[in-house]
Design a protein around this ligand. Structure first.
Ligand code: GAR
Length: 209
């Protein structure tokens, strides 16, 4: 059994592609003391992402890294790793980051890349998870915080939250209900890491108190 992170303040990077509401939730938790972490840097693969603007307003170092400017995923990630290391990052939180993570990042931040996904994995991985859940007709969905591995949304699960799916739901209403839970469960998972309570046993994440 290996400890995922020793007890201590997390040196966090947030990677985001979009509006950044999970970034907001994590940031607020660091500001009011619920989450023992510093967000050292935010990186986005989208120049126009709201998350970038929010980071700049908060005086958090923020970078746009254009994937199309690199010849391969590895070349892109080599640059990303160098940027994260310049900012002393130890843990990477993907918050609506819509790219697969490759082996350069995985080798550098082994067991220290965390993602949030808007479904109860292993159901509905990939894009449009809420739409997939509605189309399938499940009665419950939710969100999952997990460690990132080489697969698409396949890594060891840290926490999940369940929400009901109602007959009148559309993608927006279900997404909103799930998002409320995302905003709680992400900082709580990261705080368990900061408290040194998370251990990996095979692909099971165990919380030791
Ligand atoms: C969130 O619902 C997150 O779970 C999802 O993107 C949204 C980002 O919202 N991530 C994925 O689907 C990853 N597969 P945000 O930018 O407001 O945090």
């Amino acid at each position: 059994m290996i400890q995922i992170h020793p007890a201590g303040r997390l040196k966090l990077a947030v990677l985001a592609s979009g509006r950044g509401s999970n970034f907001d939730a994590i940031y607020t938790a660091t500001q009011d003391g619920r989450l023992n972490a510093d967000i050292k840097v935010l990186v986005s693969d989208k120049a126009e992402s709201l998350a970038l603007q929010k980071a700049r307003q908060r005086k958090i170092p923020a970078y746009y890294l254009d994937p199309s400017a690199y010849s391969s995923r590895s070349a892109y990630e080599t640059e990303l790793v160098s940027l994260l290391r310049q900012h002393q990052v130890e843990v990477v939180a993907l918050a609506g980051y819509m790219r697969l993570v490759g082996k350069v990042m995985l080798e550098e931040f082994r067991h220290c890349i965390v993602n949030i996904h808007p479904a109860l994995l292993p159901a509905f991985p990939g894009l449009n998870a809420q739409r997939q859940a509605l189309e399938y007709g499940v009665k419950f969905s939710g969100c999952t915080v997990h460690l990132v591995d080489e697969g698409m949304d396949t890594g060891p699960i840290i926490m999940q939250r369940v929400v009901p799916v109602y007959d009148y739901d559309d993608e927006d209403s279900l997404s909103t209900r799930i998002l409320e839970q995302e905003h709680q469960v992400y900082w709580q998972s990261l705080q368990l890491m900061a408290e040194g309570k998370l251990y990996l046993d095979g692909r099971r994440v165990i919380v030791r108190t």
